[in-house]
Ligand binder design. Structure first.
Ligand SMILES: [Ca+2]
Ligand SMILES: [Ca+2]
Length: 351
């Protein structure tokens, strides 16, 4: 018996993705030398990722979210945007450019005490990256603002507290910069305190404020008027439209650590791994007698798994369910395989 392991790792957009494996033989005596197998798998989604806009969009009105959370946004003044621009986050995919008019994007991300924003920009003018206002009607209270000045400095506020006012050329106009902002508030909303806020430029920690130097993200008042809209590329408080190219916007509902930010800069467009192994089968072994198969996959403590099998990639039968995870990898065995079975496929479902 020859074992040919084929590992298919779906990546990119979260959700079901498919591929084909074609096996051919150059043996002239082989009677069935050509075989195509359809493979599908569920793309893995990192913990904490709430929104991921690759900005590969071909046109308005929607800014497509591939995080799996369906947090699509809107291109405002969508006909004026330029789509299918060459990417600035790495060399794959596309980017979008705002050149004129009232071009900005709207999002409705979850409102969480801690967060991370990551974006690639090539600004052609100063303007606003992110803006949220506490009071929509009066437009008087700034909740969260990040702005790039005409000389390439970056200014950031949370709850009207100025956290960063960087030197000129931090985000140089006409150049591509990867900007990441992380915010940690470990004791949650309503305490008036947060742990720290960090600014990363091109994968490196640029500025940091801690404790009393930072501010807590306020909660929206229950009786409004307010909304949870995130304005991307404009401010309602008079800040300008940011003209320039945008690529790969990601949001997390937690503070990404320094090594993850460095990794995101080194791998443009990739999401943070958060020290979690991709979910996949790493080994399938059959004992010499061909009676027992052992299947091993990456796992996380606390999770439960179901193992299924198929002989034709069409019908799947449960082998075992309620399999408790071990740390790192989990192994289970299917006993008493049917004699004469030449192919079995396994899949593991994380519950
Ligand atoms: Ca892109
Ligand atoms: Ca707090």
């Amino acid at each position: 018996m020859v074992k040919i392991p084929v590992v298919f790792t779906p990546n990119g957009s979260a959700g079901i993705q498919s591929a084909e494996v074609r096996i051919t033989s150059n043996d002239p005596d082989e009677t069935n030398p050509d075989r195509t197998l359809a493979i599908s798998g569920h793309a893995w989604k990192p913990d904490g990722l709430s929104m991921h806009w690759p900005l590969d969009d071909a046109g308005p009105p929607n800014v497509v979210d591939v995080s799996g959370n369906a947090l699509n946004g809107t291109f405002v003044d969508g006909e004026t945007w330029i789509y299918n621009d060459p990417p600035i986050a790495g060399s794959e995919g596309k980017a979008v450019t705002s050149i004129d008019g009232s071009t900005y994007m709207l999002a409705e991300p979850p409102h969480t005490p801690s967060f991370t924003y990551s974006v690639w920009v090539k600004p052609e003018s100063g303007g606003v990256l992110f803006h949220q206002t506490l009071d929509l009607q009066q437009r008087s209270k700034s909740m969260f603002d990040v702005e790039i000045g005409a000389d390439g400095n970056l200014i950031m506020y949370i709850n009207e507290t100025e956290l960063f006012f960087t030197d000129p050329e931090t985000v140089p106009l006409g150049e591509v910069t990867h900007i990441v902002i992380t915010h940690l508030d470990s004791d949650g909303f309503g305490t008036d305190t947060a742990d720290r806020t960090r600014l990363y430029i091109n994968g490196k920690l640029h500025s940091e404020v801690q404790g009393a130097g930072t501010a807590e993200l306020p909660v929206f008042p229950e009786d409004g008027p307010s909304n949870n809209t995130l304005y991307v590329g404009v401010s309602l408080l008079g800040g300008g439209i940011l003209r320039g190219t945008w690529d790969d916007l990601q949001r997390y509902d937690l503070e990404l650590p320094e090594d993850e930010v460095a990794s995101m800069f080194a791998n443009p467009g990739a999401t943070a791994g958060l020290d979690t192994l991709p979910f996949q089968i790493v080994d399938v072994s059959v004992d010499e007698a061909g009676i027992n198969a052992t299947i091993t996959w990456t796992s996380k403590p606390g999770r439960m798994y179901t193992l299924e099998r198929s002989v034709d990639f069409g019908t799947w039968l449960e082998v075992d369910d309620g399999i408790e995870a071990s740390e790192g990898e989990t192994t289970t065995t299917e006993d008493e395989l049917e004699v004469g079975t030449s192919e079995i496929y396994y899949r593991v479902i994380q519950l």
